[in-house]
Design a protein around this ligand. Structure first.
Ligand code: SF4
Length: 270
């Protein structure tokens, strides 16, 4: 038997739907533009026109909404997304040159005994000084929370980029980065690159060694899952359990959980 959290409906788009629209728009946009050079060669008016077309296409399935409220809400959402991405494209122009090699690409990745089905947001190709090609894996994020430092543990948070890194040869992988597409100053690249200057992110010359560590970590986790390890041991009660809707049916000692959460809340208030 499985237990699921209730999914209450809210007026308008929820965070998941909003995120999906952003992905669709960027997929259309980069499938059309393809390279930073092409982006740079467009006038601001042409760039904005294309962005508008991509947004309209992504929202096309919702054009049949009929009330005035629907119309006004949809126009507001489109304008919000346009503002967000218009600013984000400026950050794309500040990077070193790239070609978008794939968007929303489905792939299967083998980790230990598991074959994981993933959808990679974006893979960029860059020309290396030695004449070879390198790759940059990009994961779009619209929230604050994701941070590459959370990859450095035996139970990494947001492990999708380290997982994608396993698909490349050591000399091919040049960077892994979250694209934090947020308003104004909150928009940023956040990740690791092997050599400086590709992106405004941290340079870690030992990136291939880190990938080896992630391979070991993820393989261990895959083996544990495959062998039926169903122990309930959240990595961080305060973070993982705070908003859980399943606590009534959880096998954890709820008293212990409540104590942990209360202590955390107290500390946060200080
Ligand atoms: S309370 Fe924590 S451990 Fe229990 S189901 Fe929820 S998230 Fe998992």
């Amino acid at each position: 038997m499985q237990s699921y959290e209730l999914s209450p409906r809210v007026p308008g788009f929820d965070a998941l739907e909003s995120g999906n629209f952003l992905h669709k728009v960027l997929q259309r946009f980069w499938n059309s533009v393809q390279t930073q050079q092409n982006l740079r060669s467009k006038s601001l008016a042409d760039r904005r026109r294309l962005l508008t077309e991509c947004i309209d296409a992504a929202f096309a399935a919702h054009q049949s909404l009929v009330t005035d409220w629907d119309t006004a809400y949809l126009a507001l959402q489109k304008q919000r997304l346009h503002n967000l991405l218009d600013h984000w494209l400026e950050l794309e122009l500040e990077r070193s040159p790239f070609t978008v090699s794939a968007t929303e690409q489905d792939a299967h990745i083998e980790v230990g005994p598991l074959t994981l089905r993933v959808r990679m947001d974006r893979i960029d190709k860059i020309d290396l000084p030695d004449g070879n090609e390198g790759f940059v894996f990009i994961d779009y994020k619209t929230s604050y929370a994701s941070n590459p430092k959370n990859w450095e543990s035996l139970r990494p948070d947001d492990p999708q980029l380290p997982l994608y890194a396993l698909t490349t040869a050591p000399d091919e992988l040049q960077a892994l980065t979250f694209a934090k597409i947020r308003a104004g100053q909150q928009a940023e690249w956040l990740g690791y690159q092997s050599t400086p200057g590709l992106l405004p992110i941290k340079t870690v010359p030992d990136l291939p060694q880190r990938v080896d560590t992630w391979r070991d970590t993820l393989t261990q986790l895959a083996h544990a899952f495959y062998s039926g390890d169903t122990s309930v041991s959240p990595k961080d009660f305060a973070q993982n359990c705070k908003n859980c809707a399943q606590r009534l049916v959880c096998r954890l000692n709820i008293e212990t959980l409540n104590t942990s959460l209360d202590e955390d809340d107290g500390a946060a208030d200080e």
